[in-house]
Design a binder for this molecule. Sequence first.
Ligand code: SF4
Length: 261
Amino acid sequence: MDHYSYTQISNYLQCPLKYKYRYVDGWREREDKANLVFGRVFQKAIEAHFLAVEAVEFFSFQWSSVKSAPLEYGNGDSWEKMLEQGQDLLRRFRADQRVRIEDPRRDLQVKLHRPFGANGRDFLGYIDALGSVDEIPCVIEWKTSTLSYPEASPRVLELDPQLVCYSWMTRIQNVCLVNFIRKKQPEIQYLHARIRKRQWKAFDRTLGTLVSDMEARSFYPRSGIRYPNNQCPNCPYLGLCLHQKRLVEANLSRTEEQRVG
Ligand code: SF4
C-alpha cells in the first residue's frame, strides 16, 4: 500500500483484526447512524459559514434531506431534536467569533502528504482547518459529540493521538479542538493544546512500528480488557468474530473492491 491515513492507523491501534476486516477484507460499517450523518452535515455547515453561506439555513436544508432516510437514532435522539441542536450550535459558533480562517478556499479540508520511514511510505491526511482560535495560529479540528472534555485536566489533550498526528503532519505545534456538544443546553468547547516536538519523533517511530506490523499481516484480536472496559460489545465487526450472520447483516456491508493492506 502506498498511502496510510490516520483512520487506518487508529483502526489498527484499536484492534488489528478490525483493521483487517475493514481494509483487507473490504467490510464497511453501515452508514445509517444518525450521529455520524449529523457530524458530516454539521461539518459542511461550519465550512459553509466560512465561505459566507448562511450556515443555519444550509444545515437545516441539508438535514431535511435525510429526514425520511431510515437512520438509526441513539438513545433520546430524534431528527427534530438534532435539527434544533445543530441550529443552536451554529448560532452560538457565529456569535462567539473565536475562530478565524484567512482563506477558506485554501485552509479548509487541507490535503497533506508526509513521507515517513523507509521504502517511500507516504502518510495522507485531511486537516479540518488551518487558522487561528482566540488569536492563536493553529491546526483546528471540528468534533461533534454528546460529551464534554474534562476541562479540569486540560493537558490530557496533548496526548490525543489525532491532534498529535495533525501536528506531526503540519509541523505546527499549536492545535485546537473545537468540540460541538449536543446536549440539553448545547455548548461549544475551544480546547487548546501545544504538541511537543519530541511527540513528533515518538509518533514517527510509532508509525514505523505499526506499519511494519500491518505489512507483516499481523492481524490479531485486541479486544481490550474485560467488560465494561472491553470494546467488543460496541464493535461493528462483532458478528464476524462471533460468526453470527444476523449481526453481520445488521451492521456491515461488503465493498466490491477489496483493499490490500
Ligand atoms: S469484536 Fe473485538 S476482537 Fe473482534 S474485531 Fe471487534 S474489537 Fe476486535
